[in-house]
Design a protein around this ligand. Structure first.
Ligand code: NI
Length: 172
């Protein structure tokens, strides 16, 4: 397994609370970053990881996650864009967690399926469509790259309770 696991940034660290920079250089450095992101995700037993979760300000995420058919899918997306869900889209209510808020989970409604478009590390177009855990993961990771952690989507009381339980301070 190439790559080196790096420490996971925690809720409250500024890099998690600002939009990440668009990737413009496609080369060895980007490949090495993606390798490190996979190594970091696996070391932390995660199913997805955004670059700012290892302190890097770049619009990239990786995933290794089951979709709605329990098929295990592994990949990365550079400069991802989440397609708008649309008003008719079914909402799925399920527990969600994050390596940057360790040990805590909360129920959060999200569209049941998601489509993300972007490019791969060679700059070639990619589209990922999924439901199930991967569908949730795709939305969660694009949120990260926009500076939003899942607890930011919870009612304020639930957010405070979870951050306190995780031993973390509020961002605001
Ligand atoms: Ni997360």
């Amino acid at each position: 397994m190439p790559g080196t696991a790096r420490p996971i940034t925690l809720y409250g660290e500024p890099v998690l609370h600002a939009p990440c920079a668009t990737v413009t250089e496609f080369g060895d450095e980007l490949s090495a970053l993606i390798d490190d992101m996979f190594a970091s995700m696996y070391a932390a037993n995660g199913v997805g990881l955004a670059a700012n979760q290892i302190g890097v300000d770049a619009r990239v995420f990786v995933y290794d996650c089951a979709d709605e058919t329990d098929e295990h899918r592994i990949g990365h997306v550079v400069n991802p864009v989440l397609e708008p869900a649309g008003l008719a889209r079914e909402l799925d209510l399920d527990d969600e967690g994050c390596l940057s808020v360790p040990g805590e989970f909360a129920e959060l409604g999200r569209p049941a399926t998601a489509t993300v478009t972007g490019v791969d590390k060679a700059g070639q177009p990619v589209t990922v469509t999924a439901g199930g855990m991967l569908g949730r993961c795709l939305q969660h990771e694009v949120d990260h790259l926009d500076g939003t952690v899942f607890v930011d989507r919870l009612p304020v009381k639930a957010r405070r309770r979870i951050l306190k339980a995780a031993g973390l301070g509020a961002h605001e």
